[in-house]
Design a protein around this ligand. Structure first.
Ligand code: GLP
Length: 237
């Protein structure tokens, strides 16, 4: 138990380390089940996975994926939807079978998403970023440690942080569907990535404060196999 912290020099090294681990896990288990995150943090990781595929080193044909979250009210063709993001940065660039790609959807029966994850044998490796307020997925502060896939209201901090991707702040969705904290904890292995000065204060809280719903990521202290890869700017230590 406990978060294993790996300190790296910067965004590139964080992405390289994360990619090495994922590539290794796909080698060990070609039908790996990956839990995926969006946001700017895992972009470098996805780039390296694409490179590895292009170099004939990694085969995604049997890999299944479950994304952590999705906005409510955006169609999957909306450029800010997480489905669009994942297609653009990973799925359309590797040989993944689109029938093995999954997103939680408001109108799709949220228990069904949990069941689908179980039916594939559970998530083997879950990739996570962290919000400035400690959220993982869209589990905002106050989310129960027992929470499962559900619709949530986004906090002002998150809406503000995500506004940079939208033409106008009022276009940012106010609600999202997210795997719950308990859903995330079911993953067999978790890789949490943090990069940049804007994450320094939340990383410090995560590493020093007692576990609490105020910092949802602190639930990860109870996971048997969790690694935090943190770069210099995000690492207060
Ligand atoms: C979003 C996503 C999270 C992500 C977080 C951090 O709100 N729902 O899954 O980890 O923001 O994003 P970024 O990596 O851009 O800092």
């Amino acid at each position: 138990m406990g978060i294993k912290r790996v300190a790296v020099s910067g965004y590139q090294e964080m992405s390289d380390r994360a990619a090495l681990l994922v590539i290794q896990r796909i080698k060990e288990k070609p039908d790996l089940v990956l839990g995926l995150a969006t946001g700017s943090t895992p972009l470098g990781l996805y780039e390296r996975l694409v490179e590895s595929y292009q170099q004939g080193e990694t085969d995604f044909s049997q890999v299944a994926t479950f994304n952590l979250d999705e906005y409510c009210g955006l169609s999957k063709n909306h450029p800010q939807s997480y489905q669009y993001f994942m297609d653009k940065h990973l799925f359309s660039l590797v040989n993944i079978d689109c029938r093995q790609v999954h997103f939680p959807q408001e109108n799709d029966g949220l228990d069904k998403y949990e069941q689908k994850i179980k039916d594939t044998g559970g998530v083997d490796v879950q990739i996570l970023g962290i919000g400035r307020n400690g959220h993982i997925g869209f589990n905002e502060p106050g989310s129960a440690f027992t929470s499962r896939t559900r619709v949530v209201d986004l906090t002002d901090v998150t809406i503000k942080d995500n506004a940079r991707f939208f033409a106008r702040p009022e276009e940012v969705p106010r609600r999202a569907v997210t795997m719950g904290l308990a859903t995330i904890m079911d993953a067999k292995e978790i890789l949490l990535l943090a990069s940049g000065a804007s994450k320094a204060s939340v990383v410090e809280r995560l590493m020093t404060e007692k576990q609490s719903v105020d910092v949802p990521a602190s639930i990860l202290w109870g996971h048997p196999k969790i690694m935090l890869i943190v770069d210099k700017e995000a690492d207060g230590n």
